[in-house]
Design a protein around this ligand. Structure first.
Ligand SMILES: [Cu+2]
Length: 200
């Protein structure tokens, strides 16, 4: 009697653990492949794309001299445009600066609001501990977000005036020096990256 009651419980547990392992494995393997992202993608037109470059009156300090954008809030939005109008093809634009150093406080809830501004190439972004120089292919590095969900998988280029965007939310739980880079092969190697500093 005992055994018969016990067995279904054990099977249930094994199936449950198996499902979890499969799910996490999937997140790992397809992490940057487009299967998992925090929010489904959105489309913007050119004017809403340029509105992303409007600096908010509080919480953001843009310093063109040091090419730094500092975020002082505890819950922030970082609008990142891939291949911005004023920058090289392989670059990110944030509030009009090209590949600026991003500075946030530790334990900040970060939302990367990423939009592909390019008209002929996929781009994405991942916040990683991996430092430059970047190889052409760097799957291990590119598939290793520093903070759980700190990436947006590559999004398609602009088409008929529509720009694709998506966001990712994560907790900048650890102080240190990180980088935000494009995970499309060759792009980070060609300069599509910037520093991401988490300060105590
Ligand atoms: Cu790219």
């Amino acid at each position: 009697m005992k055994k018969r009651k016990f067995l279904p419980g054990v099977l249930f547990l094994i199936v449950g653990i198996g499902t979890m392992v499969f799910a996490f494995g999937g997140m790992y393997w397809f992490g940057n492949g487009g299967v998992f992202s925090e929010n489904s993608s959105i489309t913007l037109n050119a004017s809403s794309l340029s509105e992303l470059e409007t600096v908010p009156s509080t919480g953001v300090i843009v310093d063109a001299k040091t090419n730094t954008v500092e975020f002082t809030g505890s819950k922030i939005i970082i609008p990142i445009i891939a291949s911005p109008e004023n920058g090289p093809m392989y670059s990110f634009g944030i509030y009009g600066l090209v590949n600026p150093t991003i500075v946030v406080r530790r334990s900040t809830e970060v939302r990367l609001l990423f939009v592909n501004g390019d008209n002929d190439m996929y781009h994405g972004v991942v916040v990683t501990a991996g430092a430059p120089p970047y190889p052409y292919m760097g799957m291990m590095m590119f598939d290793s977000p520093a903070f759980g969900n700190s990436f947006v998988p590559p999004l398609p280029p602009e088409s008929s005036g529509k720009y694709t965007g998506a966001s990712a939310i994560f907790d900048a739980s650890q102080a240190g020096s990180f980088y935000y880079i494009c995970q499309v092969p060759g792009h980070a190697a060609d300069g599509m990256y910037g520093r991401f500093l988490v300060e105590n």
